[in-house]
Design a protein around this ligand. Structure first.
Ligand SMILES: CC(C)(COP(=O)(O)OP(=O)(O)OC[C@H]1O[C@@H](n2cnc3c(N)ncnc32)[C@H](O)[C@@H]1OP(=O)(O)O)[C@@H](O)C(=O)NCCC(=O)NCCS
Length: 177
C-alpha cells in the first residue's frame, strides 16, 4: 500500500524530517495556528515531535500527517492528516494550507485525496471532521468532500462543528444521516 498521494495539482507525501522547517513556517502563520494549535506558536521541537509521531503512526497504522506540495514545486504549502480521536479507535481529518494560497482549491484537493486513502486503502468505516463554527473555509472543505452533520462526535469534549462521512456514503451506497 503506497501512501504517496496525488491530485490534479498536488503531491502528498508522508511527513518526514525534511519537511520540518517549511511545515513549521505554515503551522505558525497566525491565520493557520489559530485553528490548528489554539493560536499557540509552536516551536521547532514541538513540530519535530509531531512529525516523529506521524512517522511512527505511518509505520504502525498506515496513516499520519502528509506534507502537501504543488506538482513541479518543491516548497511545502500545507499539511493534511488523519489523526485518532483521543481515547477512541475513530479517525478525523485535519488540514491546513499556506494562507497566501487560500481559495485555490488546494485544501479540498488534499482533503479529498486523504479521504479516498482512508476509505479505499485503509478501509475505514467512518471519518470525522471538526472545526470552529466560524471557520467558514474549513466547513466548506468538509462539505465539499462530502461530509455532513448528524452523527455524535466520539469525543465528549468536541466543541464547534462536527461533520462525518461513512464509507458507504462515500461510495454512494447509502445516504448521509
Ligand atoms: C481550511 C483551509 C485548509 C482551506 O484551504 P483552501 O485551499 O483555501 O481551501 P479551498 O480553496 O479548497 O476551499 C475553500 C472554500 O471556502 C470558501 N471560503 C473561504 N473563505 C470564505 C468566507 N469567508 N466565506 C464564504 N466562503 C469562504 C471558498 O470560497 C472555498 O469554497 P468554494 O470552492 O465553494 O468557493 C485553509 O483555510 C486553512 O489552512 N485554514 C487554517 C487551518 C484550518 O482551519 N484547518 C482546519 C481545522 S482542522
Amino acid at each position: 500500500m503506497s501512501a504517496k498521494l496525488e491530485t490534479e495539482s498536488l503531491l502528498l507525501r508522508p511527513m518526514a524530517g525534511r519537511h520540518l522547517s517549511q511545515t513549521l513556517d505554515i503551522w505558525t502563520q497566525p491565520e493557520v495556528r489559530r485553528h490548528l494549535w489554539g493560536d499557540k506558536v509552536i516551536g521547532e521541537e514541538r513540530a519535530a515531535l509531531e512529525i516523529a509521531r506521524s512517522q511512527d503512526s505511518f509505520r504502525s497504522s498506515g496513516f499520519g500527517h502528509w506534507a502537501v506540495r504543488r506538482r513541479q514545486k518543491r516548497r511545502v504549502i500545507g499539511s493534511c492528516g488523519l489523526l485518532r480521536v483521543p481515547h477512541t479507535e475513530q479517525l478525523e481529518i485535519i488540514y491546513c494550507i499556506d494562507s497566501s494560497l487560500w481559495n485555490n482549491g488546494y485544501g479540498t484537493q488534499a482533503a479529498r485525496a486523504v479521504l479516498a486513502f482512508a476509505f479505499d486503502e485503509l478501509q475505514l468505516p467512518l471519518v470525522h471532521g471538526r472545526c470552529a463554527r466560524d471557520n467558514i473555509a474549513s466547513l466548506r472543505v468538509l462539505e465539499k468532500i462530502g461530509m455532513r452533520p448528524g452523527r455524535p462526535h466520539p469525543h465528549d469534549d468536541c466543541e464547534g462543528a462536527h461533520l462525518s462521512i461513512s464509507r458507504d456514503e462515500y461510495r454512494g451506497t447509502s445516504p448521509p444521516p
